[in-house]
Design a protein around this ligand. Structure first.
Ligand SMILES: [Zn+2]
Length: 463
């Protein structure tokens, strides 16, 4: 019997080795600190500050956060349906309010620590973008001299000219990108988050498309907990075992027991690592934490399977909510004072190149009586730094077939226009390295109007 149990344990372990949760947030954060050491103290903030606690006690009621989900897809299976996205946001709200069905699995000794965080994520919009990139390489783990974080090329999914989608203003929205991501390692990167206090264009979370939504097909990460976990990082929670390299880990939260330390890199030290799979309670693994009678592996901030994580604690709630008090890193969600939002670090390293915007339409009729061959128009768009040329996509509104014209100018002449026909045009910048921006918003126009001979008439932008 013992032998059978050992074989079973061995089988489970080898299964787990291939399916370990891979959260990219900690290595992402470490890289940021290497380049922006001043952020380190912010990440380590605790709630011991009495002024903060006083402010926190006055922060009552629900905190609502508008969410935009950017679905960045290439293969059609990556273009997740609305229903799946809504199911994910629902699960997220259940988890943050302790209304998740599996909350009953919290062991007796931790039950009085369960928290309804009173944070609600409100789906504002779903932004679907088809990309020509089959996969986004997130280079959060790369190390070495001269490594820079906050470079768009390390996080292409967040930038339209690299095939991703630009963030909506982080002062007003939580940006969630969902796509086919990899960090280049063997373990599938499930997601990662930006901690508070960073640069706006990079703020938000990124989730692997297969583990987004409930149920997703990606067992054992099929219950939407990857987003719950990553959003808690976005709200300043660390992994439950701390992210020390081995030893007895502390997450700076008073009501979670110290337990296994060990980020991935820590594994090289003592091999404790995080908790994976679905452990049995009570579970004590780390002899360096003699005070701990049971690890709180069922906390969302451990690394266990989706089916086995089910709670936040009251002090975790406090740590998250303290971001929203006056002066907190996410307080702009409370007061709408978006203009006064100060970023901690100024960014002079970026070379963003944005999506063009069509700004003007000029039309000319050269002869009377007017016939199609003597009508033409010019469409102008914003010039994009670093663009070597622009792809212009044009069609009749009623047609499904786009014509593509390439030009090095920031305008194009369109000839032979029919007087009663609606046309649609979009523009895309092409960089010297052949990467492309997203397509501009469509501009729809025709040649009719009260004064068809007037120049410089701007037509209405549609959509
Ligand atoms: Zn994590």
């Amino acid at each position: 019997m013992l032998k059978l149990i050992l074989i079973l344990i061995f089988c489970c372990l080898s299964f787990l080795v291939h399916s370990q949760r891979n959260c990219g947030t900690e290595p992402y954060k470490q890289n940021i600190i290497r380049n922006y050491p001043e952020l380190s103290s912010r990440y380590g903030r605790t709630n011991s500050d009495s002024l903060l606690n006083e402010k926190l006690s006055r922060l009552t009621g629900m905190i609502k956060i508008p969410v935009v989900v950017h679905v960045v897809y290439n293969a059609s299976e990556e273009n997740l349906p609305d229903s799946l996205i809504k199911s994910q946001i629902s699960q997220l709200n259940l988890d943050f309010s302790a209304k998740n069905k599996d909350i009953i699995n919290v062991p007796e000794i931790f039950k009085d620590r369960i928290a309804d965080c009173q944070i609600e994520f409100v789906l504002h919009s779903i932004n679907r973008i088809k990309t020509n990139k089959r996969q986004f390489l997130i280079q959060s783990r790369k190390d070495g001299n001269g490594y820079k974080v906050y470079s768009p090329s390390y996080e292409p999914i967040k930038f339209s000219y690299l095939g991703g989608v630009d963030a909506l203003p982080c002062t007003q929205y939580l940006n969630i990108w969902v796509g086919n991501i990899t960090d280049g390692s063997d373990g599938q990167l499930l997601g990662y988050a930006a901690f508070p206090g960073g640069l706006c264009e990079y703020d938000g979370v990124v989730i692997y498309y297969k583990c987004f939504g409930v149920p997703s097909p990606y067992r054992p990460y099929d219950k939407g907990r990857t987003l719950t976990h990553e959003l808690a990082h976005w709200l300043n929670l660390r992994h439950i075992g701390g992210d020390t390299y081995g030893g007895c880990g502390d997450d700076l939260v008073a009501d979670t027991p110290p337990q296994k330390g060990g980020s991935d890199e820590g594994n090289k030290g003592n091999g404790y690592g995080q908790n994976y799979g679905c452990p049995n309670h009570p579970m004590v693994y780390n002899p360096e934490c003699p005070e701990t009678v049971a690890e709180m592996f069922m906390n969302y901030m451990d690394y266990v399977d989706d089916a086995c994580m089910c709670m936040f604690t009251k002090k975790q709630k406090d740590r998250m909510r303290s971001l929203f008090v006056e002066g907190g890193d996410r307080s702009h969600f409370m007061n709408n004072d978006v203009a006064n939002r100060q970023l901690l670090v100024s960014d002079n390293r970026r070379t963003d190149i944005f999506t063009p915007t069509i700004v003007e339409f000029k039309k000319y009729f050269r002869c009377k009586p007017i016939h199609d061959t003597c009508r033409y128009g010019f469409v102008f768009w914003t010039e994009i730094d670093g663009a070597k040329e622009y792809n212009v996509l044009a069609k009749k509104v009623k047609s499904n077939i786009w014509k593509t014209i390439t030009t090095t100018n920031n305008y194009i002449k369109l000839g032979g226009l029919g007087s009663h026909i609606l046309y649609e045009i979009k523009v895309q910048a092409v960089l010297t390295d052949e990467s492309q921006s997203a397509e501009s918003t469509s501009f729809v126009f025709n040649l009719k109007g009260n004064n068809p001979f007037s120049r410089f008439r701007k037509l209405q932008l549609i959509r």
